[in-house]
Design a protein around this ligand. Structure first.
Ligand code: ADP
Ligand code: MG
Length: 698
């Protein structure tokens, strides 16, 4: 049909009239000005379609009114009754008298109070039936509800039923949200993106049903069915994306072929023998290195399990096979520490190692990069500085990233793009429950070092209240007196009005006073890289006895002579964090101690401290944490470079995840890149989830 100016202006007009589509900006919706639009954006909704996925935080069950005689003080409840009287009460507030409506049911009386209520006076006619929903209080022995939601029975706008309670941001009210969702309701009838065959096989609710029952549940059961469907959707999309990315990365063959024998020789030269877990992991890495498929392996090993030597063996083997190897660490301190280790272990063997760091002069940096490009440097160690665009390698064969959870997938990718198809080894101490790791890191092979070097004694851990602080520091003093070192960690750098709790600065001053006979150092994230490195070097050379710090020491620091870790305001730290911190001690053969000073005795703080005291296995702690508080802290999905999940919860919905994973497998078996006609809507969904942030290419 030829396009005429007439039809163009017709569609234009239609848009102006506001035909609602998924893409309609929220600002075009009735009653939404710039302020509310901004508030909605904060909740993640820019279009009408986004609104459907702002899910209620909880629901209020207002199906059955409560008898007035049975009302409980301080709770939000629904009542139904008739108007007995209405009057303006005598006492004044802001110049106006409050409106008091007296309501009765067959069990009792309650006052409904509206301050400045004159505009609604005429609504309440004596004898008419209303329902009210609000918090019940008591005043002069009389039950009251102040400013409840209300509704005349048998009229629209019912306050009864199961009502959604939405997350809000500043400028939005609960009523705004409910009204917006009503407006967006017609969109819920759009076509289901999931093919019917899949829905039937897995007995999934259809999408319109799911969405409607999420927002306005007809019953609890239907709500659960709806929620299952949305959680399933999110996991399925995630799994499809991960699996497609994996099958694609498997296609680029021909990685650097590295002979592992040199690594074996390095291991044989160590003053200790590898643990079983280290050995198994090394064998797995060796097989990958030999193959001409590029390695893509994740090594998980608890703090102190000895991941570094395994990485060293691999890097040594790479260099001996004629390649360069690079190790990327998440902090300057850790990079410096690795650089020292590598220099100590490899320079005597004729291998050139170098540290690339932010504090270098332009000239020194240029010279280093030149040598790297010419192949004169064999092993490079650094922070994310090693992935800047001007860093070029001569013949990169192996990329190791330490404490991988600190890197995004994007960063890892940039690094791997520096070699044709280098072998990739990532190491993490973040204890991810085994069940999840397999699924989360679906595109990687996994090795687990599940043994600690022998002779290690578990760190004795005690949770104490702040009244026992003195005893803790007495114990610390005993250890310092026999030549050991210690850490004391505080949650903040400096005291502030906003945050209650110990600051590193204050603790440092206190410790200096308390222990004039010892060297006390201070380390925190506000210091520049050089300062931090100096302090760490001083600590490892025992020029500092007690190191006061913020969580900057969390990752990877290795000072075997340190035997005490004190964590102040332990309630401010998550389990995973505390476990990492505790891993800084107990790295030598001496008995080590960890004290968790709990200042605020909340239930969750107490249980966390209990778990820490009882358990030293990071994986077990991770499982417990998952159950205790959901996966937020451990699985900051951003940290893992995964797309953000809005509804699905990796901790609580593991069964759904499993089902979704199997479904993804089935779909891709039949159509590996989602090219078939019937899968186009599925493909679009996957693209949407993974798009825009360059994390994964599918
Ligand atoms: P992490 O896995 O936390 O990175 P490291 O690699 O830093 O642990 O190792 C911790 C300490 O244990 C280091 O001092 C290292 O030399 C030592 N170590 C590693 N493997 C063994 C082993 N098999 N036996 C004894 N000590 C070991
Ligand atoms: Mg380490």
């Amino acid at each position: 049909m030829p396009k005429t100016s007439g039809s163009a202006s017709h569609t234009h007009k239609k848009e102006e009239e506001g035909v609602l589509t998924m893409q309609t900006p929220v600002s075009k919706l009735k009653g939404i000005g710039p302020k509310k639009a901004a508030a909605l954006k904060e909740l993640g909704a820019e279009t009408a379609g986004d609104l459907l996925y702002i899910l209620p935080r909880r629901y209020e069950d207002r199906r059955q009114p409560v008898r007035i005689a049975d009302l409980k003080l301080g709770k939000d409840q629904l009542i139904e009754g008739s108007v007995v009287s209405r009057c303006f009460s005598g006492f004044r507030r802001g110049g106006k008298s409050p409106l008091v409506v007296l309501i009765q049911d067959n069990s009792g009386l309650i006052e409904i109070v509206f301050f400045s209520g004159s505009y609604i006076t005429n609504l309440f006619k004596v004898g008419e039936m209303f329902s009210f929903f609000g918090r019940v209080s008591e005043n002069r022995g009389q039950l009251q509800m102040v400013h409840p939601e209300f509704h005349r029975l048998h009229e629209p706008g019912d306050v009864r039923g199961i009502l959604p309670v939405y997350p809000l941001s500043k400028g939005l009210t609960q009523n705004d949200m409910r009204r917006l969702l009503e407006t967006a309701k017609p969109l819920m009838d759009e076509e289901d993106w999931l093919p019917e065959a899949v829905r039937e096989e897995h007995r999934l609710a259809d999408l319109p049903f799911a969405l409607k029952n999420i927002h306005w549940p007809a019953s609890e059961r239907k709500l659960l069915e709806g929620r299952y469907r949305l959680v399933f959707d999110e996991f399925l999309t995630l799994e499809l994306g991960l699996k497609m990315a994996k099958s694609k990365s498997g296609q680029e063959k021909h990685g650097a072929v590295i002979q592992p024998e040199a690594g074996d020789a390095f291991i044989a030269s160590l003053p200790f023998s590898l643990t079983e877990g280290q050995m198994r992991t090394w064998k797995e890495i060796g097989r990958d290195l030999q193959s001409d498929l590029p390695m893509n392996r994740l090594v998980q090993g608890d703090v102190g399990s000895g991941k570094t030597v395994v990485a060293e063996a691999a890097m040594y083997a790479a260099v001996k096979s004629g390649y360069q190897a690079v190790m990327m660490a998440p902090t300057g301190i850790l990079a410096r520490q690795h650089a020292q280790t590598f220099k100590r272990d490899f320079e005597p063997l004729g291998i050139k190692t170098a540290l690339l760091h932010g504090g270098m002069s332009a000239a020194a940096r240029r010279e280093l990069l030149q040598k790297l490009a010419d192949g004169e440097i064999d092993m490079l160690i650094g922070t994310h500085a090693v992935i800047q665009p001007d860093v070029k390698f001569f013949h990169l064969g192996l990329v190791v990233t330490d404490e991988q959870h600190r890197f995004g997938v994007g960063q890892r990718k940039m690094l791997s793009s520096k070699g044709a198809a280098p072998n990739i080894l990532v190491m993490t101490a973040t204890p991810i429950p085994r069940t999840l790791a397999v699924i989360l890191y679906g595109d990687q092979d996994i090795s687990i070092i599940d043994t600690l070097p022998s002779g290690r004694k578990p760190v004795k851990t005690f949770a104490v209240s702040s009244s026992q602080r003195d005893q803790v520091y007495d114990k610390l003093k005993e250890e310092l007196a026999v030549g050991r070192q210690a850490y004391a960690v505080a949650p903040f750098i400096e005291d502030s009005d906003q945050m209650e709790g110990m600051s590193a600065q204050r603790l440092y001053e206190e410790m200096q006073k308390r222990f004039p006979q010892f060297h006390v150092g201070l380390l925190h994230g506000g210091m520049d890289a050089e300062q931090k490195e100096q302090i760490m070097t001083d600590f490892s050379e025992k020029k500092i006895d007690l190191l006061v710090s913020t969580v900057v020491i969390e990752v990877g620091i290795d000072v075997p002579n340190a035997t005490v870790m004190v964590i102040e305001n332990a309630e401010r730290f998550g389990l995973a964090q505390m476990h990492q911190l505790r891993g800084r001690v107990g790295r030598g053969s001496e008995q080590a101690f960890c004290y968790l000073i709990v200042d605020q005795e909340t239930e969750i703080a107490r249980r966390r401290a209990e778990i820490m005291a009882r358990c030293s296995d990071g994986f077990q702690i991770a499982e417990d944490d998952l159950i205790l508080r959901g996966p937020g802290e451990l699985f900051g999905t951003r940290q893992h470079g995964l797309p953000e999940l809005k509804i699905a919860d990796l901790g609580r919905h593991q069964k759904v995840l499993k089902a979704a994973e199997e479904t993804a497998e089935e779909i891709l078996k039949d159509d590996p890149q989602l090219e078939k006609e019937e899968n186009q809507s599925v493909r679009e969904k996957v693209e949407n989830m993974f798009h825009g942030d360059g994390r994964l290419e599918i």
